[in-house]
Design a protein. Structure first.
Length: 251
């Protein structure tokens, strides 16, 4: 059995205290217990660091992104930087900015979603609306465009709970495209929006977007050493750009 090819990491920011990568979809932030041999962002970054400094320390985790979410992912180079950055996440002074492609239109189309969630004991790795207590989630959101039955939504999470954005969008009636946990899990196909679409005989239609339609577009925070406020941005990946282009044309 051939080893799985590791994706290439794009470096968005790098200095003696921290590194921000442009995480591709399909790559976990750290190892998962159910698939410990899969490539991870933390190990790929460590490999890059050791390519220039053999004694480089393993990257320190600051926060995480879901496996199929793309965009800005931050790692610290040492424990002091990790502590300073984690404290900002904990104190909610980090400005986080996401985009989502959704099935359906959020209702209302703009506002602040406030829900409480908890772990789903019957489905490991999944969250659910809290039946009592739970962890509060607050997300500001705005629908930027509607294309047929799909929407392009800007999200600003004010808290940082597991799967917060995905559950919030579901509760607004507009789960992310291809969300296997909180939506129908179905990819986006051109045939769904182009009325006169004709499939090439003998060939299966390839999806425009076959993974979770969620992108971490930017992070803004105080640098752990200088205190300077910095913003790190990630451009939309190719699959989301192509999907939006087709939706704008045909939706």
């Amino acid at each position: 059995m051939k080893p799985r090819a590791a994706p290439r990491l794009g470096i968005l920011h790098d200095d003696p205290d921290l590194t921000a990568i442009d995480k591709p979809p399909g790559l976990t932030s750290i190892s998962e217990r159910w698939d410990p041999e899969a490539p991870t962002a933390i190990d790929l970054l460590w490999r890059l660091w050791r390519g220039t400094a053999a004694d480089a320390l393993r990257p320190h985790v600051v926060h995480r992104l879901d496996k199929d979410t793309s965009g800005v992912l931050l790692f610290a180079r040492h424990a002091a930087a990790q502590g300073a950055l984690r404290r900002q996440f904990r104190e909610r002074t980090v400005e986080k900015h996401y985009f989502a492609l959704t099935v359906g239109i959020p209702s209302p189309p703009e506002g602040c979603s406030e829900i409480s969630i908890e772990k789903d004991p019957g489905r490991p790795g999944r969250m659910r609306l809290a039946r009592r207590g739970g962890k509060a989630c607050r997300t500001e959101y705005r629908t930027l465009a509607v294309h047929g039955g799909f929407a392009w939504v800007e999200l600003h999470p004010l808290t940082g709970r597991t799967h917060q954005l995905r559950i919030s969008l579901r509760e607004l009636g507009a789960p992310c495209v291809a969300d296997l946990l909180y939506g129908d899990g179905e990819p986006l196909f051109l045939s769904q929006v182009k009325r006169d679409y004709r499939r090439t005989r003998g060939e299966a239609e390839r999806p425009l977007l076959g993974r979770l339609g969620l992108h971490a577009a930017s992070l803004a925070f105080a640098h752990p050493t200088s205190g300077e406020r910095i913003r790190i941005e990630s451009e939309l990946p190719k699959d989301l750009r192509a999907s939006l282009k087709q939706l704008e044309r045909w939706g």
